[in-house]
Design a protein around this ligand. Structure first.
Ligand code: ATR
Length: 262
């Protein structure tokens, strides 16, 4: 694709930047979709963040920008407007810049996860869900599951206080949803999700007890590399339906393209 004066420009900001895969992901997607748009990687330190974000406001052909570690919470504070879930989480991972330079923030991890499930023909509406993890990724998924209409949500985490805190925040936003704190055993839940970082490294322990898994359960992992984590291997061997981590990312990229209006 030829970059011209009419090409819509967007960016990803991170520190460090070398490892980010979003440039390849978004640029490939734009090419496939025939969009005249380009995403560039920009390394920004926390000290320079405010001046860079203000510079972005002044760039008239900038459609928006993607935000990753360590800037997600600080940029949320610099936005002129936040989506409901970004406001609840106090974090953003994509910004749309409107023509007047205002910045509209959103967070798409959870929506990407649910869109990834739907792409595989799994609609979480009415499901009883078990979610292990209580960090940034788990919180985003918990909100998205509540929004998607799960009938019940069980939260489990190594540090139980963090699961309790997430439960309270969710309860405030979704007072009618049944939310419980769970053990390591996901029995009785139709949808089981690992949203911890366990499984990224070889030799990691399993994030939950797998002994009781049955073929009627769907087991999802948000880890993308390795594609098939130890959890998914065991779940597959027990006849569960499994959901890999990649659809969450791919759907998030599509949602980013849409959000920035590329
Ligand atoms: P992210 O933004 O990717 O969600 P995070 O906010 O650091 O990352 O959250 C990591 C999650 O993985 C947490 O739920 C963490 O559990 P704790 O809250 O107890 O720290 C979980 N996790 C990481 N390493 C773990 C381990 N060795 N055993 C169990 N849980 C672990």
């Amino acid at each position: 694709m030829e970059i011209t004066g009419k090409t819509k420009v967007c960016a990803i900001i991170a520190d460090p930047i070398q490892h980010v895969k979003t440039p390849q992901g978004i640029n490939r997607l734009c090419e496939e979709m025939g969009k005249d748009a380009v995403l560039i990687p920009v390394q920004v330190s926390s000290e320079e963040l405010i001046s860079v974000v203000n510079g972005f406001r002044a760039m008239k052909n900038l459609a928006g920008f993607v935000i990753t570690v360590p800037h997600k919470t600080t940029v949320a504070k610099l936005c002129d407007e936040l989506s409901d879930d970004a406001a609840r989480m106090g974090a953003v991972n994509v910004i749309r810049r409107s023509e007047d330079g205002r910045l509209h923030g959103a967070i798409l991890d959870g929506k990407g996860f649910v869109a990834g499930l739907r792409e595989e023909g799994i609609d979480p509406e009415g499901y009883s869900a078990y979610l292990v993890g209580a960090g940034g990724a788990a919180s985003a998924i918990a909100y998205a599951l509540a929004e998607a209409g799960v009938s019940q949500l069980t939260l489990a985490n190594r540090t139980q206080e963090k699961a309790e805190a997430l439960k309270e925040r969710l309860r405030a936003a979704y007072p009618k949803l049944s939310i419980k704190i769970g053990t390591r055993d996901p029995k009785g839940h139709e949808l089981v999700i690992n949203a911890t970082s366990l499984g990224l490294k070889e030799g990691d322990p399993l994030p939950l007890d797998v002994e009781g898994l049955t073929e009627s359960q769907i087991v999802a992992d948000i880890i993308m590399e390795p594609k098939e984590t130890s959890l998914l291997k065991v779940a597959k061997s027990k006849g569960c339906t499994i959901q890999y981590g990649l659809p969450m990312l791919n759907n998030q990229l599509k949602l980013m393209v849409e959000t920035m209006g590329l």
